[in-house]
Design a binder for this molecule. Structure first.
Ligand SMILES: [Zn+2]
Length: 315
């Protein structure tokens, strides 16, 4: 294990909160062990996979500093303790970020080039890189495919809540559109892929106890699915702008995703990346599958249009 640079004293400035994909910053820390090389900078447009809710994967791309080029294959949130040993992300045992750790964004280095030629990490003078200016270029095509999938996941959850409202026999917390929030009550896992999101819900005892009539829902799943597809595609056609708001760009501060659906402003807490306007998504197809053994509902939302360019080519 080799650490070059100083322990960061504050969370990385996260420019993905502004939907940036290109920026400049400074290298502050290089970490190397047998399994990985991690590069930490003072600011970055690379979106990291969240530490405790791993929905949107980390960005890929290139970071250049002087004559050195780092090929980045993944980006992750990395809690670094404010004192004591600096451990790699896979050896950190806290369950969620706390105030004894600084939350940095770690770029996972796949390969290194010096003057354009393939090199190994040991060829680099790591000391001389600390404090150097770096230029960031996020893989924009990959990011765009994650943006459309992530925004679609949020629209899907509002549509799920709307079309399952009639299956609640008790009051429960509502989403910002005013519907009972099945999504927040039952979500077990959310995964974002390029042009696709996959959300898994648990319909266990506690959900039933809180008043959700799961059997009635399962008996009507075909109708719910049809209605959700109609609703989400209609919302996309409303072409509302999407914004991401928050008080600070420090990684980990609370951010809120906002848009307008049926003339009503809606919001969800979210630190991911998104389209700037719902119309960028184009048509989507949502499928619901209930597994009675697992008592789980899996919803797959597919973005049919691969990119805005593809739509233009089709005329
Ligand atoms: Zn989100």
């Amino acid at each position: 294990m080799k650490i070059t640079g100083d322990r960061p004293s504050e969370n990385t400035e996260a420019l993905h909160y502004l939907n940036e994909t290109e920026a400049e910053g400074k290298i502050v820390l290089l970490y190397e062990n047998d399994n990985a090389v991690l590069l930490v900078t003072d600011r970055t447009p690379f979106h990291p996979e969240d530490y405790s809710w791993k929905d949107q994967p980390g960005d890929k791309g290139i970071i250049r500093a002087g004559n050195v080029e780092f090929v980045i294959k993944d980006t992750m949130a990395w809690p670094i303790p404010k004192s004591g040993d600096i451990l790699p992300p896979d050896q950190i045992t806290i369950s969620r970020p706390d105030d004894t750790h600084v939350m940095v964004i770690a770029h996972v280095v796949a390969a290194v080039k010096i003057d354009g030629n393939p090199a190994t990490f040991s060829d680099i003078n790591a000391n001389s890189l600390i404090g150097q200016d770096a230029r960031f270029e996020v893989d924009q095509a990959y990011r765009r495919e994650l943006n459309v999938a992530h925004t679609t996941a949020h629209l899907m959850s509002f549509a799920l809540n709307k079309h399952t409202a009639l299956f609640w026999k008790k009051e429960t917390r509502q989403d910002s559109l005013g519907n009972p929030n099945l999504d927040a009550n039952a979500i077990a896992q959310s995964k974002i892929y390029p042009n696709q999101s996959k959300d898994t819900y648990r319909f266990g005892k506690s959900l039933r106890k809180s008043g959700f009539m799961a059997d009635d829902f399962v008996g009507n799943i075909g109708v719910v699915s049809e209605e959700m597809n109609k609703t989400v595609n209609a919302w996309i056609a409303q072409a509302s702008p999407v914004s991401l708001e928050g008080d600070s760009l420090r990684y980990g501060t609370k951010r809120t995703w906002k848009t307008v659906l049926d003339s009503k402003e809606v919001s969800i807490p979210c630190g991911g990346t998104h389209v700037k306007n719902l119309s960028e998504i184009g048509p989507v197809e949502i499928s619901l599958q209930y597994d009675p053994e697992e008592k789980s509902l899996v919803i797959v939302s597919n973005v049919l249009q691969k990119s805005p360019q593809a739509k233009l080519q089709l005329g």
